[in-house]
Design a protein around this ligand. Sequence first.
Ligand code: E4P
Length: 219
Amino acid sequence: MKFFIDTANLDEIREAYDLGVLDGVTTNPSLMAKEGITGQENIIEHYKAICDIVDDKVSAEVIATDYDGIIKEGLSLAKLDDKIVVKVPMIRDGVKAIKYFSNEGIRTNCTLVFSAGQAILAAKAGATYLSPFLGRLDDISYDGLDLIEQIVHIYQTYGFATEVLAASIRHTMHLIKCAELGADVVTCPLKVITGLLKHPLTDSGLATFLADHAKAAGK
Ligand code: E4P
């Protein structure tokens, strides 16, 4: 299972990378705006800065929503660095563009996916990654994990090469359930990744070990 961090914050990306468990980064226009990154030039420089931190797989999202615009923007994003994965929304022209990028050997991440039907279309078009947003489904009283399970089952049944990238993950149980269900990738905030570290018995056990060690050493 791959771990991506879902942020445009460079410090958080560095922290996750330093932990030694990071496989990639996903960003979106809202995450870029949250970091105050505006204007095409700054956005491009920011993608380059992210690529300088991690080894591979940096999702950079197109803003265009028409076929020609998506292709133009995607090609220029892909040229920035070999680590870039072009993130394309699940819309009609997006699906066509994913097919084009797939034929050109350019990796894609199909984003804003909320149904199994959309997942089938993206896989047929040759998306490298598929991002179902499970937290946003939970927000409106649909079980996002059910969708992950359904897509994993369909992809396995037909041997689709598209990887299920569970997105919009809000807490550690989302991540753990996605692991149980066989999602290929999870993308989540730093606090979800570091949240996996936490267990009170680890903390109390370590405190006891250290205290016993100190006592035996006569400290
Ligand atoms: C994934 O690629 C998206 O950027 C992200 O997971 C959306 O998460 P949110 O629903 O918490 O905004």
